[in-house]
Design a protein around this ligand. Structure first.
Ligand SMILES: Nc1nc2c(c(=O)[nH]1)N[C@H]1C(S)=C(S)[C@@H](COP(=O)(O)O)O[C@H]1N2
Ligand SMILES: [Mo]
Length: 323
């Protein structure tokens, strides 16, 4: 198989192509993860409490929550995958515009006591998971991290949160895996120790490079996904623009593509804006008739590089045919 490279029209290191129409994922295309099913909460009776190690416990109804000055946050939203199979790549990823306000606003009102070290977020969904009944959805973060990062969202892409995405209020933790973004949020508890729970200390833990013991699944990995051509597509012979998205906890500074196992070639890459969104990349390439594969490999500003096949964030590969 021979394929020759057509040089991109601009120097890839300076390219900043427009985000494009699919920069924001439409709500209808968004993945849905609900470990115990989707609860239907009534906006009239729903309340959120902030309790535990605080000076002033709070109970807010929906009008009180919506009265908080709201802002927008566009963020990558990535599912870690099954907590029972932590090494399998899923690349279930989206880019969503959330509307809401920082959790810090509520923490300031509740005034955590000096002994408070952790913030526990609890959803209203309960049911069976992994052969246990009466399970609820609970996640925790260090207080300093929660105060800095957690966003409370009541709108998704400008519309009130649909039931399946956490109506009426959910947490969003940018730069962390979706598992931390607790939906159907009803209880926020400040504690001095991490909570022992199915979804905190049992599942969603993994051994990271540089650690001997499992760590909670929090920060996303450097990753990329090819979006075009699609897998198994049949395309007419000629120059094809290969496109995709890359993301990490920090800016992705390069994406390299390899065609048919050939040398890595730098793609044009969008710079990261103010929001923790994904970044688009593209490369125009001349393809001869026949079967082809393209691989993408992202590198971030911290020097992390997508590993070879075998890890959950390994280089992404798409196979397609040119006719
Ligand atoms: N209450 C609750 N929150 C939850 C979950 C859940 O099962 N229950 N699933 C988590 C997981 S694993 C992910 S990936 C995201 C998915 O959010 P989405 O369904 O809105 O895309 O929600 C997280 N928040
Ligand atoms: Mo997930």
């Amino acid at each position: 198989m021979t394929a020759s490279l057509v040089p991109p029209p601009e120097d890839p290191s300076h390219a900043d192509p427009a985000p494009g129409p699919d920069f924001i994922t439409p709500a209808g295309d968004l993945f849905v993860r609900a470990h115990m099913g989707i609860p239907r909460l009534s906006a009239d009776t729903w309340t959120l409490t902030v309790e535990g190690l605080v000076e002033r416990p709070l109970r807010l109804d929906l009008p009180a929550v919506l009265a908080h000055p709201a802002g927008q946050l566009t963020a990558v939203h990535e599912c870690f995958g099954s907590p029972l199979r932590p090494d399998v790549p899923t690349r279930a990823v989206a880019n969503v515009e959330w509307t809401g306000f920082p959790l810090a606003a509520l923490l300031d009102r509740a005034a955590p006591l000096p002994t408070a070290r952790h913030v526990v977020l609890e959803g209203a969904d309960t049911g069976s998971f992994a052969d246990e009944d009466g399970v609820s959805y609970v996640k925790d973060l260090p207080l300093t991290v929660a105060r800095r990062d957690v966003f409370l969202a009541h709108h998704l892409n400008g519309e009130p949160l649909p039931a399946r995405h956490g109506h009426p209020l959910r947490a969003v933790v940018p730069r962390m895996f979706g598992t931390n973004s607790v939906k159907w949020l009803t209880r926020i508890v400040l504690t001095d120790e991490r909570p022992e729970h199915m979804f905190t200390t049992r599942f969603y833990n993994r051994v990271l490079p540089g650690h001997d013991t499992p760590q909670p699944v929090r920060e996303v990995d450097v990753n990329s996904r090819l979006t075009s051509p699609e897998r198994d597509a049949e395309l007419p012979y000629g120059t094809i623009t290969v496109r995709g998205r890359a993301w990490s906890t920090t800016e992705v500074v390069r994406v390299d593509l390899s065609v048919d196992g050939g040398p890595w070639e730098p793609a044009r890459l969008n710079t990261l804006g103010a929001d923790p969104a994904w970044q688009g990349f593209s490369l125009r390439h001349w393809f001869t008739p026949g079967p082809h594969t393209v691989r993408s490999r992202a590198t971030d500003a911290a020097g992390r590089v997508q590993p070879p096949p075998g890890s959950r964030n390994s280089v992404h590969e798409v196979a397609f045919t040119v006719t």
